[in-house]
Ligand binder design. Structure first.
Ligand SMILES: C[S@@+](CC[C@H](N)C(=O)[O-])C[C@H]1O[C@@H](n2cnc3c(N)ncnc32)[C@H](O)[C@@H]1O
Length: 295
């Protein structure tokens, strides 16, 4: 019995468990509030960029550079946290950024112009709506590296999504995704007071690994320390930023709960007279050499 059949015999729908779990955990709230995931990211783009400015997310760039890629495809590229530094890398001739949110792409294109980068092609589509032929024709061949960072929460049809990433790549495919490996117990205690509902279960990133195993791909997994910090003028500003995750105005009790949570978890700190809001987490880096495994 090959591994594909062994996994299939478990009778667990890993892709469905992931998709429904993410919807339940937070993305149905995005749809309810903004109408669609894409509209949500159009709205969130400027604040997201400010937060990611002081994050270590781009640590993956150094690793990708070791492959000396000439061509890179970035799935759910956002405002270009990977696409921009990679396009500025000596070996890289072309970066293709697939991104459905025009709000994100506008920022990416503006920054590319500021940095005089002319080797980024943008495709304003969901990954599901791109065609293998179109992606390969644009690059006149397969890509050296494919990356997909923190976008798999929103991509539907994971089997097809992974097959497409694998089929258009002649080097490595890198997936970066959040985990709850070092779960914040304090957050769990405050969740219900802040959100006015019990804390939903976050689906495990292992679902993505299992979908790849269903495709007979055996990827590597590494845990990376992730951090981000956001400079703010006051704790009240952090509370106001939090509002975006919730419906309507915050009650006094919700504001108090967020304030207490921030204090108890020591998330708002000071550095050279400037306040910042910091959080730390574990990301999973799932990667494999394309073509190494046969479906
Ligand atoms: C959390 S941001 C990540 C951005 C960037 N890759 C990073 O690591 O910072 C998620 C991105 O996924 C994009 N996205 C949402 N649905 C998508 C889909 N179906 N296909 C491709 N990208 C999608 C969003 O528009 C957003 O820019």
């Amino acid at each position: 019995m090959n591994s594909k059949n062994k996994i299939a015999n478990l009778n667990i729908e890993w892709a469905k468990t992931w998709e429904e779990g993410i919807l339940n955990a937070w993305s149905h709230q995005y749809i309810k509030k903004y109408g669609s995931i894409t509209e949500a990211w159009n709205h969130k783009a400027p604040e997201y960029v400010k937060t990611m400015e002081h994050s270590n997310r781009a640590q993956l760039v150094e690793r990708i550079k070791q492959h000396k890629p000439e061509t890179v495809l970035d799935v759910g590229a956002g405002a270009g946290i990977f696409a921009l530094p990679l396009a500025a890398t000596k070996s890289v001739k072309r970066v293709v950024a697939v991104e459905p949110s025009i709000g994100m792409l506008d920022i990416l294109r503006k920054k590319a112009m500021e940095y005089n980068l002319t080797n980024i092609e943008c495709i304003n589509k969901k990954w599901e709506d791109t065609a293998t032929d179109e992606l390969i024709a644009l690059n006149r061949g397969k890509y050296d590296v494919v990356i997909c960072s923190h976008a798999l929460y929103y991509i539907t049809g994971l089997h097809d999504a992974f097959i497409k990433m694998n089929d258009i790549c002649k080097g490595y495919v890198y997936l970066l995704i959040g985990t709850d490996a070092d779960k914040d117990k304090t957050y769990e205690r405050y969740y219900e007071r802040i959100y006015k509902k019990p804390m939903p279960l976050y689906p495990d990133y292992a679902c993505l690994y299992m979908v790849l195993r269903e495709l007979n791909i055996h990827p590597n997994i590494e845990m990376l320390d992730a951090y981000a910090k956001r400079y703010v003028n006051s704790v009240e500003e952090v509370i106001d930023l939090w509002k975006d995750n919730l419906d309507g105005e915050l009650s006094e009790d919700q504001r108090d709960a967020i304030r207490d949570y921030l204090a108890e978890s020591d998330m708002v700190k000071e550095e050279n007279g400037r306040l910042y809001w910091e959080w730390r987490a574990k990301d999973a880096l799932i990667y494999w050499r394309a073509g190494e495994w046969k479906y």
